[in-house]
Design a protein around this ligand. Structure first.
Ligand SMILES: [Zn+2]
Length: 337
């Protein structure tokens, strides 16, 4: 230790009682003095804007937050053993069945493409429907959207297309949906034969599609015809008749927008055989999920899953007899993820 350091240590030692007294006086003034009357800092309830971007090759992909909710355990179907386990686990962990609703925008450099559009005002009690605000926060306007690709016609995925008074939210966009999907949900004959509790799905699909059909902006596809450069259609039937994934590729990187392959992330990855009551063809939904999860885990494909935790991007890994979710997590570094 240098002599200067020794002498300053001695000064501190000599003055220690005085420092202690001054410190106590200062602390006392915080407790009893004028500062005690200062109002508490108000709490701020707003969150960061609901978008998250990453790059896939040359594509810019932005997840757009639409809202959060909780999946009712009664909406899941599985074996007695797996469902008993789920009910017990929900009892201990009320967040087990938390879900998000998310849509995605892909900027190819030539076109602005939405994949699903959230619920708008067409689903439940207002927990969803933030997508248009998230799109603006991300720097885009609804008028700039060229194309909307729809995974299926449930209102939590297409409600954001249309206002309750029948106006198109994306006035310049062409909407694409599988022919089988469009024909199923827009058919008055099929709706007439469907059970009572399925009627709202048919009614909302018809109302949401109507202004785009009228404007000549509603397009259906039935095979593998190219709609967008660098995008492949992936038929994923079961959840609904024309349920479709969209796989984009750029510079050797890929991302699959998988629609409703998984609703309850913490149940259906471990138990891919567990289906949802909203699956029109339950065995087909389970078979599609089994096959797709194995392929995605093997190929380490980046997934955009609307109901996964925001930003609803990640990969699946094999874990035990099922799979686990490896999420993309927030970073402000603009880098390959
Ligand atoms: Zn859904």
């Amino acid at each position: 230790m240098s002599s200067a350091a020794v002498s300053s240590t001695n000064v501190l030692k000599r003055n220690a009682p005085r420092f202690a007294a001054a410190l106590l006086a200062t602390l006392a003034s915080f407790v009893t003095g004028p500062h005690a009357a200062l109002p508490a800092e108000p709490q701020h309830h707003g969150q960061a804007p609901g978008f998250y971007r990453l790059k896939v090759g040359d594509l810019e992909v932005t997840a757009l937050f639409d809202g959060t909710g909780v999946f009712d355990p009664q909406w899941l179907n599985g074996t007695k053993a797996s469902m008993d386990g789920v009910l017990e686990a929900v009892h201990e962990d009320p967040h087990l069945l938390d879900v998000a609703d998310t849509s995605f925008v892909v900027n190819t450099g030539k076109q602005l493409i939405l994949v699903d559009v959230g619920a708008g005002t067409w689903w439940g009690g207002g927990a969803f429907g933030r997508m248009a605000g998230s799109l603006r926060s991300a720097g885009y306007t609804p008028e700039e959207v060229d194309i909307v690709l729809v995974t299926h016609l449930h209102s939590d995925h297409v409600g954001g297309l249309t206002t309750q008074d029948g106006k198109r939210v994306f006035p310049n966009a062409d909407v694409y949906v599988a022919k089988a999907e469009s024909e199923f949900w827009l058919s008055p004959d099929i709706a007439a034969k469907a059970p009572e509790d399925a009627q709202p799905f048919f009614q909302s699909a018809r109302a949401i599609a109507a202004p785009y059909i009228k404007a000549g902006k509603w397009h259906t596809f039935s095979g593998s015809e190219p709609i967008v450069e660098c995008m492949q259609l992936v038929a994923l039937p079961g959840h609904t008749p024309g349920h479709t994934g969209y796989k984009f590729s750029s510079k050797g990187q890929e991302i699959l927008f998988w629609g409703d392959i998984v609703h309850a992330l913490r149940v259906q990855l471990q138990h891919p055989e567990v289906t949802a009551v909203f699956d029109i063809d339950q065995p087909a939904a389970a078979a599609t999920r089994h096959q797709l999860l194995a392929e995605l885990a093997r190929e380490n494909v980046l997934i955009a899953g609307p109901h996964m935790n925001f930003p609803a991007l990640g990969r699946v890994r094999r874990e035990g007899r099922g799979y686990s979710w490896a999420p993309v997590v927030f970073t402000d570094q603009w880098a390959k993820r």
